[in-house]
Write a protein that binds this ligand. Structure first.
Ligand code: NAD
Ligand code: DAU
Length: 339
């Protein structure tokens, strides 16, 4: 069956991997990619599909009703909302853009979906909405307890999505993904930051003791999880998407150092911790597994392939690191005391 998707934020990390994967695996799907092109949005991420007749790019802001209306055009079968401000450290430095895009933008999309009677709205959310998890793992039934401005903004988006289902019967779905890694990730995030620093022979800034735990998920598995929920999820429900790969940041760091042949003594710099830093996230993914999804990419192999990708694609990340990113990096790390 022919399916027309409106994907927002498709020029970012996960969105661009999703667009490529869906066009590759569904011959009769077409995709309109609606993206504001913030610092994180990069048209180069989708160079390989830009001439595909099933793909169309539409530049615009999800907070602007008229622009969203124009992108929905004569109708779409589903909207998948990846568009967001996504970096926790930036949300601590300046939360406003997060509140705008992650909350107001979600509202504008929900209204457009309601006006047009779109058959499915999928909100791409995050495990961070559950907050720090001391023991066990977060189930979809658990209350939201976000602790950073980013997480609170994403939780605000989720709550609106749930409210639209209850109030208006809008056919919504939510995915809550864990820490995602893979090709085309903007180098502000832990793995691409550390890999590109090490390739440039720079130290890597580990926050605090580095014993914080994240559950790592390969971007292809995340995209397949979103696809699975879109196709098989029950409207009104949320689904956790986690890789089941809990690792401390120091474990990740040592793996990257080993693959890039760098001495930990020289290259690890423990710096002042992130304020309010959540120690651990962990997801119970039994609900999505029961629906037939499971991750396929082994973590060690996925991480090694990701390092190789960054080694072989300097042409992709060098222009990023020399642009806006350079000023961000100085502001974020230059005066961060060593712990
Ligand atoms: P990203 O920062 O790489 O990309 C975000 C994209 O959204 C960019 O292309 C940007 O230009 C676009 N965008 C931002 N504001 C916009 C606006 N107002 N209107 C239109 N487009 C706008 O993000 P990502 O890491 O690919 O994350 C995608 C989604 O997945 C986000 O909703 C994020 O919260 C969620 N998520 C990310 C992870 C992760 O580990 N990266 C894990 C779980 C969930
Ligand atoms: O859990 C899902 C979330 O994962 C997504 O919703 C977010 O969009 C995404 O950014 C990511 O959030 P994190 O804050 O977990 O990712 P980040 O890569 O920024 O950090 C991962 C861990 O590494 C975290 O414990 C902080 C630590 N860290 C990060 C950076 C950038 C460092 O120790 N040093 C660093 O320089």
């Amino acid at each position: 069956m022919a399916v027309k998707l409106l994907v927002t934020g498709g020029c970012g990390f996960i969105g661009s991997n999703f667009v490529r994967l869906m066009l590759r695996t569904h011959a009769n799907w077409s995709i309109v990619n609606f993206d504001k092109l913030t610092y994180a949005g990069n048209p180069a991420n989708l160079r390989s599909v830009e001439h595909d007749p099933r793909y169309r790019f539409h530049r615009g802001d999800i907070c602007e009703e008229a622009a969203v209306e124009a992108a929905i055009g004569d109708g779409v079968d589903a909207v998948v909302n990846f568009a967001a401000e996504t970096h926790v450290d930036r949300s601590i430095a300046d939360p406003e853009a997060f509140l705008r895009t992650d909350i107001l933008g979600t509202h504008v999309l929900l209204e457009a979906v309601r006006r047009h009677g779109v058959a499915r709205f999928l909100q791409v959310s995050t495990d961070e909405v559950y907050g720090h998890v001391a023991e066990g793992s977060s189930h979809e039934r658990y209350p939201l307890a976000p602790r950073s401005p980013y997480a609170a903004s994403k939780a605000g988006g989720d709550l609106q999505v749930q409210a639209y289902h209850v109030t208006y019967g809008t056919p919504v779905l939510i995915t809550r993904g864990s820490n995602t890694y893979g090709p085309y990730q903007y180098p502000e995030k832990l793995i691409p930051l550390f890999v590109t620093n090490l390739i440039e022979d720079q130290q890597v800034p580990v926050y605090g003791d580095g014993l914080q735990v994240r559950d790592w998920l390969h971007v292809d598995d995340h995209c397949r999880g979103i696809e699975h929920v879109l196709l098989h999820g029950t409207p009104g429900h949320a689904y956790n998407v986690g890789g089941g790969n809990e690792r401390t940041n120091l474990e990740i760091t040592h793996r990257l150092l080993a693959q890039l042949g760098k001495d930990p003594e020289r290259y690890v710099r423990h710096v002042e911790d992130r304020p309010g830093h959540d120690r651990r996230y962990a997801l119970d993914t039994s609900k999505l597994r029961a629906l037939g999804w499971s991750p396929r990419v082994g973590f060690e192999q996925g991480l090694a392939e990701t390092v190789t990708w960054y080694r072989e694609h300097e042409v992709w990340w060098r222009p990023i690191r020399s642009g806006e990113f350079a000023a961000y990096y100085r502001q974020q790390y230059a005066n961060r005391g060593t712990e």
